[in-house]
Design a protein around this ligand. Structure first.
Ligand code: KG4
Ligand code: ZN
Length: 348
């Protein structure tokens, strides 16, 4: 008689920025629970994440989030096979809260500990429904802190091809939203405002950094929006208060179109360079409909066409499902760490 092998349940923990998240995922794919406690309300009046406030909020929310994730998963603590935590990259004083919680649970429950690179986890969220993408693949990870292109061959060994030399795409969305006096986080606010705007109204710069570059730069476009709203000499007051809804919508749509043009062009270059058959899209900015459509169009018009794999919207922004899902592969490979592991601001 054949016996069904037992599922591997992994508890994932995520505290790298301003989301306190815990999740239980079975066998890398079956989401048994996903708790995300957002701190957006706490950071809104500052127009960006304040590390000290984020860290304190993580301390308050981490254990309730973990307890709820285990309860909703309807498993006992003994059914957890490993504890996984995002330990890099991110705000060190935020990461340390998740890492300390994970180490404590690993020690108390006697379960192995797995550390996860937050950006690799963002990639994994696009692969939740596609276990075996056609390779080679290029992964574009666009978040509030990072904008990176990877050569993806396996869940454990993505190779960095390019990254931003200044602002991340999400950071540019947040800063431009702040210039336009739109709410925080800026990405969804810009996307909403852009819906009624003309993407060709203003020709904002598209920084390509040379014909072969796979790196990104978004500080120039942010400054261009600032100058547009204040005047070139920056001596004038912001004109945003005098602008009507249509003018704001046109700026938002033109900015969004310029950022997406750059992201699509660079992804296409990376795809050509490695002969990619699949494009993987993850990170908070991957929730953007204009970006998804731009990459879809690029994939469809390629000869032969490429397949676009995008993270489901609820797993684009920070969550712990992606951490627990990726940890399954490390679990199978026996990649465990001991209790001396520390958080790191940057990826290895
Ligand atoms: O991945 P994420 O949750 O956190 C980091 O790892 O940074 O990404 C957050 C970023 C924020 O900058 C937010 O404005 C942006 O993702 N974002 C969006 C959208 N939704 C979130 N940007 C553009 N369009 C969106 N719909
Ligand atoms: Zn993220």
């Amino acid at each position: 008689m054949q016996t069904k092998s037992k599922s591997i349940n992994i508890l994932g923990i995520e505290t790298s920025c301003d989301e306190t998240a815990a999740a239980v995922v079975a066998d890398g794919r079956v989401v048994k629970s996903s708790i995300v406690a957002s701190q957006a309300g706490l950071h809104e009046k500052y127009g960006g994440v304040v590390p000290e406030i984020a860290s304190r909020a993580h301390i308050e929310k981490i254990y309730p989030a973990i307890a709820e994730a285990i309860e909703q998963a309807k498993i006992g603590k003994d059914d957890i096979d490993a504890i996984a935590v995002a330990n890099q990259p991110g705000l060190t004083i935020a990461l340390i809260v998740g890492v300390t919680a994970a180490k404590t649970l690993s020690f108390v429950l006697g379960k192995p500990l797995i550390t996860i690179d937050h950006l690799h986890a963002h990639m994994q969220s696009a692969l939740l429904t596609e276990e075996n993408p056609t390779l080679p693949a290029v992964a574009l990870i666009v978040s509030g802190g990072h904008t990176s292109l990877y050569d993806y061959h396996s869940p454990l060994e993505p190779k960095l091809l390019g990254f931003t030399i200044d602002d991340a795409a999400g950071e540019a969305f947040d800063k431009v939203a702040s210039i336009l006096k739109l709410p925080y986080p800026g990405g969804p606010a810009i996307e909403e405002a852009a819906q009624t705007g003309n993407p060709k109204a203003i020709n904002f710069p598209r920084s390509m950094l040379g014909a072969d570059s796979l790196d990104f730069s978004f500080s120039g476009i942010k400054t261009a929006v600032l100058y547009y709203c204040h005047g070139q000499d920056m001596k004038g007051q912001s004109k945003v208060d005098e602008m009507n809804r249509q003018q704001i919508a046109d700026i938002a749509a033109s900015f969004q179109a310029a950022v997406v043009d750059v992201l699509v062009e660079k992804t296409q270059r990376a795809a050509e360079k490695i002969g990619a058959k699949t494009i993987i899209l993850g990170g908070g900015v991957a929730a953007n409909t204009w970006l998804r459509a731009g990459l879809q169009q690029m994939c469809e018009s390629a000869v032969p066409p490429k397949k676009l794999l995008v993270a489901p919207k609820q797993y684009c922004t920070d969550n712990a499902v992606m951490v627990a899902s990726l940890a399954y592969y490390k679990f199978k490979a026996g990649f465990f760490v001991d209790l001396t592991v520390e958080p790191k601001a940057h990826s290895d």
